[in-house]
Design a binder for this molecule. Sequence first.
Ligand code: DQA
Length: 142
Amino acid sequence: KAVCIINGPNLNLLGTREPDIYGNVTLEGIINSLQQSYPEYTIAHFQSNSEGELVNKIQELGNEYEFGIINAAAYTHTSVAIRDAISAVSCNFIEVHLSNVFAREEFRKESLLSDVCQGVITGFGAQSYFMAMQFIRSQSGG
Ligand code: DQA
């Protein structure tokens, strides 16, 4: 069983970045505890600050994995390219956000990705990733 987790720009700064909004846990900490909580899964993780690299990775992994978790961060609200990459591959992506994007600035309320993802989990901090894994595990063969 395997899952790919894609994280977008500035999420490499988790832990020190606006901790009142994004929490104190580092991205490495999140990935490590996901791996510990779901030992039966091989978790492939990729983070980039660059839109093209994210597109390349989605193309590369997107037909290999049945399920993926994506936090495209700021590109969620702007990237037709990431949307099109998600649409182009067979992987079922779950969109996650640490913060509640609906409780923040207006521009964060729009996602170009939500309707090409299986569903959206937003506002539960690092737990958003765990909730996505819980869904994936609940799917037979997930
Ligand atoms: C985010 C929300 C985005 O609006 C923001 O640009 C991020 C992180 C989140 O996880 O809460 O960088 O995706």
